[in-house]
Design a protein around this ligand. Structure first.
Ligand code: DSN
Length: 414
């Protein structure tokens, strides 16, 4: 980056440091991934310049000929890949996408039934601190305290009593498949809309390695930077009958100009997702996550739902007598990056966070697999067991750096 180094050496230095951090740390954040070089290239392309408002062929600024082509491509690829009737590729993020869905068909004060945050839901599904929580009346469902699986019976009873205008499925921290058909039936019986937020599992669905919610939901949202690995931003898929309302809710309803470089990155990843290497990567992501869960079960950890069907593995560290925040920090010092995670039941004990959440997408993206997962699980266990021992943390850090050097994220600095 010779130009940046000249213009702003401090930021250039931070970019170099971040690149090195990524190369030498193991990224197990379930909401992150390493984007392929083609995505990095297009994100830094001249499309950064273009201001667009409106939709292809109906813009508020001149000079959109190539931006229109980009958006049309992204749009048609999204529809083809996910077999959706309509797509909107403009949302800046998953939360923007979710808000646009709510405001497309709901009025302020309408009722939404969604999964509670402490059981795996997302802030934008109506937590009191979010705009959705302030604008709509929210009721939450959760998981069964024994199995950790969504309690569909309770969900249906709650829905019958609450009579929501919309039911939201999808989670940020839930490792199992969701029975979309069952929730869709409940929604239909109450004439409620059904939205699925598949932000975390978008890439797995795109590859066809887990079932798609698209046939069952009126609206499906996803983000492009998790398992989808295509850079920042979100996408909305919906039935044709809602196309106009969704487009209006995104622009001008919820946002102004959209990022054309980001839409171009979405187009690129949507094309890549149609290829065999992407599918193989997503298969390996699940396979690796299953192996990770098994390894922790073997070590007698409480693994939520006893395993996983996705990229996520969530374990209870409090039951091993360790504070999850302390574990997160000790692992960070050991070059293993993940996040502490509230677990079902924690909400009854104020301030308690019992778990850690891991995702295997980023480690698989850099070429790691079954062999490495066992090594990593053993090292995580070592840190958890010796969370306050600096010599152990240093020993694990050195091992992780050596491992990471064998699996570079980018062959050359991006
Ligand atoms: N929803 C947040 C997470 O899952 O970590 C960010 O994408």
């Amino acid at each position: 980056m010779p130009v940046l180094t000249f213009e702003d050496p401090k930021i250039a230095d931070l970019v170099h440091k971040e690149a090195r951090r990524l190369e030498e740390t193991l990224d197990l954040i379930a909401a992150e991934n390493h984007s392929p070089p083609a995505i990095m290239e297009v994100l830094g392309s001249v499309f950064n310049t273009k201001t667009i408002e409106g939709y292809p062929g109906r813009r508020y600024h001149a000079g959109c000929i190539h931006a229109d082509a980009v958006e049309r491509l992204a749009n048609s690829r999204a529809k083809t890949l996910f077999n959706a009737e309509h797509a909107n590729v403009q949302p800046h993020s998953g939360t923007s996408a979710n808000l646009a869905v709510y405001f497309s068909v709901l009025d302020i004060g309408d009722k939404i039934l969604s999964m509670t945050l402490s059981h795996g839901g997302h802030l934008s599904h109506g937590h009191p601190v979010s705009i959705a929580g302030k604008c709509f009346e929210i009721q939450h469902y959760g998981v069964n305290s024994k199995s950790g699986l969504i309690d569909y019976g309770a969900l249906t009873s709650l829905a019958k009593a609450f009579k929501p205008n919309m039911i939201v499925a999808g989670a940020s921290s839930y490792p199992r498949l969701i029975d979309y058909e069952k929730i869709a039936e409940t929604a239909a019986s109450l004439q409620a809309y059904f939205m699925v937020d598949m932000a975390h599992i978008g890439g797995l669905v795109a590859a066809g390695v887990i079932p798609s919610p698209v046939p069952f939901a009126d609206f499906v949202t996803l983000t492009c930077y998790k398992t989808m690995m295509g850079g920042r931003g979100g996408i909305i898929l919906c039935r044709d009958v809602f196309a106009q309302q969704i487009d209006k809710a995104v622009f001008p309803g919820c946002q102004g100009t959209s990022a054309v470089n980001s839409i171009a990155a979405k187009a690129v990843i949507l094309k890549m997702a149609m290829g065999k290497p992407f599918v193989a990567l997503q298969e390996k992501t699940i396979d690796t996550a299953r192996a990770l869960a098994k390894r922790f079960i073997k070590k007698r950890y409480r693994v939520l739902t006893d395993g996983t069907d996705t990229h996520q593995v969530i374990i209870d560290v409090a039951s091993r007598g360790v504070d999850a925040g302390l574990v997160e920090k000790a692992l960070e010092r050991s070059n293993i990056i993940l996040n502490r995670n509230i677990l079902p039941g924690d909400e009854q004990k104020t301030g308690t966070i019992s778990g850690i959440r891991m995702g295997t997408a980023a480690m698989v993206a850099r070429g790691m697999g079954r062999v490495e997962v066992d090594i990593v699980a053993d090292l995580i266990d070592r840190v958890i067991t010796h969370v306050t021992k600096p010599d152990v943390i240093l020993e694990v850090k050195n091992k992780i750096i050596s491992l990471c050097h064998r699996f570079p994220v980018y062959q050359a600095p991006v």
